[in-house]
Design a protein around this ligand. Sequence first.
Ligand SMILES: Cc1ncc(COP(=O)(O)O)c(C=O)c1O
Length: 380
Amino acid sequence: MIYFDNSATTKPHPEVIESFAKVSANYFANPSSIHPLGGQVEKLLEAARQQAADLIGVPKETIIFTSGGTEGNNTAIKGVALEHQSRGKHIITTQAEHPSIHDTCRSLEKLGFEITYMPVAEDGTVSAADVENSIRKDTILVTMMQVNNEIGAIQPIEEIGNVLKKHPKVLFHVDAVQGLGKVPLNLSDTGVDLCTFSGHKIHGLKGTGLLYVNHTAKLYPLLHGGSQESGIRSGTENVAGAVSFVKALRLVKEKQDIQEDNILKTLHDKLMEELSQLEGVKINSPADGANHIIHFSVPGIKPEVIIHSLSQKEIYISTKSACSSRDLTESQVLVACGKTKEVSSSGLRVSFSYENTEEEVDIFVKELKKAIQQFKEVLR
Ligand SMILES: Cc1ncc(COP(=O)(O)O)c(C=O)c1O
């Protein structure tokens, strides 16, 4: 099997599964219980929080454990909107966001918020100057992803953060779900107030993740109840999920730090080179995008046909984001990047993990060539 769909989800690391099972079995008490069993579990949870904070380079109090990317983005965006609406009801985002940002912003329009959906350049990025020009007196939030989940475009987060430091009343939320463990992001002193991470994109478990909330960002909670997680996310904590998430985070950070062989870059450059020589293939990812995501189109051939053909060889890739891949219309990200309908409705995404190899890329290219040839003959 060749698994090239790591931006949809990754295979959980055995050590992550083991830590989830161990904590579930041995530390089952409620961390809020005042008896010693509860105390032990609370200690474990707080140790996990400290470790997560150290790995990300932020203070422990800023870590809120969540169920993943969708929850993190909703908590941040709706939380800022509802808490700060008396100051203003204007939010800035881009036209190339994941549905968990885009649809959240759309939902706020129904509550009277005004959203600026900034156009992106052909490479999927926005400039810090354009973000600044979009700021109004009533702007309360800028929200966008670090690494685009479809084409791998990397937004200039640190530049935007620096510009936003001049506008302290405008909070900055970053969705770093696709960048975690692969594309560096410094959260200390870069103007980022809120940042979303998800466990299942880094060989952790589905339903795990965290939201970084710095001390200046006050949020209206989505979930009210027992005031767990600093009151931002009530509900008995998923301690096994949090501990297993931190395990996945440590493992992926180790991979990111080693990087002597820079496997992701090797795979990226090899596949980009091969695809650039394939007749009928158009590469949609920017050359300087993230190394682990490559998006391309084969105009004239339905992407699901190629996916099906590759699946028969046990090679797994996807069309666009997993959340919208069953929706067979155009990719809104490619439309935002100014691609034609033909290109934006025939996109395919390859996404690597540190476990993939050059040999797998060779096999993939060979089978892709065969599939394209086969369908061209049928269409002739
Ligand atoms: C950029 C981005 N943000 C958010 C999400 C949602 O994350 P989760 O599946 O953990 O809810 C995804 C998942 O594909 C994503 O790619």
